[in-house]
Design a protein around this ligand. Structure first.
Ligand SMILES: *[C@@H]1O[C@H](CO)[C@@H](O)[C@H](O)[C@H]1NC(C)=O
Length: 351
């Protein structure tokens, strides 16, 4: 049976070592060249995790019900230990409340008659979801592929306007890895897609297109030189950041960093996605400004997501709350409205 051991020494992850050059991390991902830097980072991060873990246990002892207050917010920004992650995500996002007020709903979705086309689309993506994760291989016992399939199928029937589209498989996959529970993963999907993220996954993807433009506007204001560079290439924001937003940084940033971003995403909402993007861009301004062509820019936006800066998740998370400066929800709401209007006008102006 698989056990997530993240609070202990990371070398435990190597017990699942299958070959000399490939190792498996505590989430089941096979790691190749990047395992050494990851291990080195974890060996230092473990001290932080242990300290946070003790603080959290004390905090959660006081009250069984997790409320939202400034202390909890501060704690979330410093990272939720893995053993509390499912519980905190569930409480902070309202998913727990939904689960409790809809007993049996998830099971009933699975028991009902299914849309054959939806089933087929989901099935096609099964082997494309984390082929580098031992837990998702169809042969592994138990395979999380079954759970993944169920969660996506139930969600597709729950939210028929969205159904299924690519990107959702990765999100559901991460939720299953963390919660180890189909029903909780389903309600967390519902919180993310239905309440936290603005319309990223419907067929028109208006919310996604809007947020890409919003990021462009924020960059113009906070890193004008980069803004100018990007203005030379119309449509470039879609090319360089749509995957960042659609996959909520999965496979873009290292897994520990993604999970820390998600801690804040569930607690504070979608604003944190902009903080991450802005930090990556502002921090790497000199490199970006050296780009001389569209392919250069695209390559550079790939590079800035890798390396020590993003791997060191604890430091990175401190940076996202300082480096981009203030970022109010009012500003974002206004920009979203402005950009959404512009996109809709452009769409209707087209012949
Ligand atoms: C904030 O909420 C936590 C968890 O529910 C609780 O333990 C803590 O006492 C609360 N703090 C304040 C200042 O209310």
């Amino acid at each position: 049976p698989w056990k997530m051991e993240i609070t202990g020494n990371v070398s435990q992850a190597q017990t699942c070592n299958s070959g000399s050059e490939s190792s498996v991390d505590p989430y089941g991902f096979e790691r190749h060249q990047d395992f050494e830097p990851y291990k080195e980072m974890m060996n230092e991060y473990v001290a932080v995790l242990n300290r946070r873990s003790m603080r959290w246990s004390k905090l959660l002892q006081e009250k069984p019900h997790v409320e939202k207050n400034l202390t909890v917010k501060r704690y979330v920004r410093k990272g939720v230990p893995n053993e509390h992650r499912a519980r905190i995500w569930m409480a902070a996002s309202g998913a727990q409340e939904q689960l409790e007020s809809n007993p049996g709903y998830y099971k009933s979705l699975l028991a009902a008659e299914h849309d054959g086309k939806l089933e087929e689309t989901i099935r096609i993506d099964m082997h494309r979801t984390f082929p580098d994760n031992v837990l998702f291989k169809s042969k592994s016992e138990p395979s999380l592929q079954r759970a993944l399939y169920n969660v996506l199928l139930a969600y597709g029937h729950h939210n028929e306007a969205v159904g299924y589209c690519q990107g959702m498989n990765f999100i559901a996959g991460y939720l299953i890895i963390i919660t180890k529970d189909e029903e909780k993963s389903f309600w967390l999907m519902d919180a993310l897609l239905g309440r936290i993220l603005p319309d990223y996954y419907s067929s028109a993807m208006l919310g996604l297109k809007t947020d890409q433009e919003v990021l462009g506007e924020l960059v113009k204001a906070k890193a004008p030189a980069v803004g100018q560079l990007m203005a030379q290439y119309p449509g470039i924001w879609t090319l360089v950041v749509s995957r960042w937003f659609i996959c909520l940084y999965i496979d873009i940033l290292p897994i520990e960093t993604v999970l820390r971003v998600w801690d804040c995403l569930f607690y504070e909402g979608s604003k944190v996605l902009f903080r991450v993007a802005l930090t990556l861009i502002i921090h790497h301004q000199p490199e970006i400004l050296r780009a001389r062509s569209l392919p250069d820019v695209c390559e550079c936006f790939k590079q800035i997501t890798c390396g020590a800066f993003t791997l060191d998740c604890h430091n990175f998370m401190q940076k996202i709350f300082t480096e981009p400066g203030s970022l109010s929800l009012t500003t974002i709401d206004k920009l979203r409205e402005k950009c959404r209007q512009r996109i809709q006008e452009e769409a209707s102006a087209q012949p």
